[in-house]
Design a protein around this ligand. Structure first.
Ligand code: AR6
Length: 165
């Protein structure tokens, strides 16, 4: 079992599943969500329309179409509202539910973006601590997943993850 940090674009990774930091509509948006939909092509949106959205903290899976990954796991991070609206637990749920979904489908590799740390404004260090702690806890129970990548896009998150891992 490997847990890795990789500074790259999530849409370029050859893994069984990439995780999308989506919104509750699952109908696309900016940031990594926009990049994933652009790279996957319009069939991804067609499949997402059939999912009837996704509550914050939960996760749903689709095919990945034109992406090099095999699947996209769409999860919805919390919008940061100051920390008293259950944001930490909801962010934990995103990592937990996404990796369990991948494990239940016998996938072997998964890559996460830094969920909620862009437009949704979650403090980056707190988000990284939650992400790493949750994945390490989950890793103890995993059988099929052999490789977990934290795919990092910006230097601030890269510094934080390098210090924490
Ligand atoms: N590959 C990897 N990481 C990326 C990429 C990429 N191509 N592009 C951005 N990031 P954000 P959120 C990083 O804003 O905060 C969307 O509109 C970025 O540096 O994409 O969860 C959705 O539709 C940041 O660290 O997601 C929602 O409405 C991280 O991805 C809303 O944004 C997350 O930033 C979700 O906000």
């Amino acid at each position: 079992m490997e847990i890795l940090i990789e500074k790259s674009d999530l849409t370029k990774l050859h893994v069984d599943a990439i995780v999308n930091a989506a919104n509750e509509s699952l109908l696309g948006g900016g940031g990594v969500d926009g990049a994933i939909h652009r790279a996957a092509g319009s069939e991804l949106l067609q499949e997402c329309k059939k999912l009837n959205g996704c509550p914050t903290g939960e996760a749903k899976i689709t095919k990945a179409y034109l992406l090099p990954a095999k699947h996209v796991i769409h999860t919805v991070g919390p919008i940061w509202k100051g920390g008293n609206c259950n944001e930490k637990q909801l962010l934990k749920n995103c990592y937990k539910n996404s990796i369990r979904l991948a494990e239940n489908l016998n996938l072997e590799s998964i890559a996460f973006p830094n969920i909620s740390t862009g437009v949704y404004g979650f403090p980056k260090k707190d988000a990284a601590e939650i992400a790493i702690k949750t994945i390490k806890e989950e890793a103890k129970q995993l059988k099929s997943i052999r490789k977990i990548i934290f795919c990092i896009f910006d230097d601030e998150n890269l510094n934080i993850y390098q210090n924490l891992l």
